[in-house]
Design a protein around this ligand. Structure first.
Ligand SMILES: C[S@@+](CC[C@H](N)C(=O)[O-])C[C@H]1O[C@@H](n2cnc3c(N)ncnc32)[C@H](O)[C@@H]1O
Length: 206
């Protein structure tokens, strides 16, 4: 996502784009662990939540959620991402959450149970702006009234990506018709790709 080595695929809408980057271990978006605001959010939750993690990549957050008793499923359409996430979740670590990692396209996937939460981290900003309204529509479809969309949103006005930044006005235009913003906080532990340009946000389905 920062300086780009010589990759064959240049289309972030194709799984091959991401496969190639995971294969070559070029993952500058990967936080390498669970960020603070998510840790606090999970710890503060009054009950276990049913959650979907779209575009999960390495899915570092899956174990934390499962250990908290949450019913979490992580999906990614990249075979290599799923292999990496399963390797991190799977044998060696006990218990293993690997069967909760599913290779699937976000736009076609239907979760097995109604969701309380969609967790967002570097998935929305991975997609070109033309796809944003489809993502927002799918988020709204996946959550019932009161459901939560929580995670990290990347704000920037550079045209090139990924990551593709958004302005607050553009994000409001997409989400305010179906969501209300109930938390909007600075991020203390950003990695360099996102530093100074991301916010921890919680949006509630209206
Ligand atoms: C920038 S990475 C972020 C990965 C992870 N969320 C993280 O923060 O480390 C974007 C991920 O979204 C996945 N992705 C992109 N489009 C997708 C889609 N339509 N359905 C499922 N996954 C998708 C990619 O394969 C990639 O793993």
């Amino acid at each position: 996502m920062a300086s780009t080595p010589d990759f064959a695929s240049r289309d972030p809408l194709s799984p091959q784009f991401w496969d190639e980057r995971f294969e070559r271990d070029f993952t500058p978006w990967d936080r390498g662990g669970v960020p603070l605001a998510l840790r606090r959010f999970v710890a503060a939750s009054e009950r276990p939540l049913t959650v979907l993690i779209p575009g999960c990549g390495s899915a570092h957050e899956l174990a934390l959620m499962c250990e908290a008793g949450w019913d979490a499923i992580a999906i990614d359409f990249s075979h290599e991402a799923v292999a990496r996430a399963r390797a991190l979740a799977g044998p060696g670590g006990a218990p293993s959450w690997a069967d909760r990692i599913v290779q699937a396209d976000f736009f076609a996937y239907t979760p097995p149970r109604p969701l309380d939460l969609v967790y967002e981290q570097a998935f929305f900003c991975a997609l070109p702006p033309a796809r944003r309204s489809d993502v927002a529509r799918r988020w709204a479809e996946l959550l019932g009234q009161g459901g939560l969309l929580a995670g990290y949103f990347y704000f920037d006005d550079a045209l090139k990506g990924p990551p593709f930044g958004i302005t607050r006005a553009e994000l409001d235009a997409l989400l305010v018709p179906t969501f209300e913003c109930i938390v909007d906080e600075a991020v203390e532990d950003s990695i360099p790709v996102f530093a100074g340009k991301e916010r921890w946000m919680v949006w509630q389905r209206t």
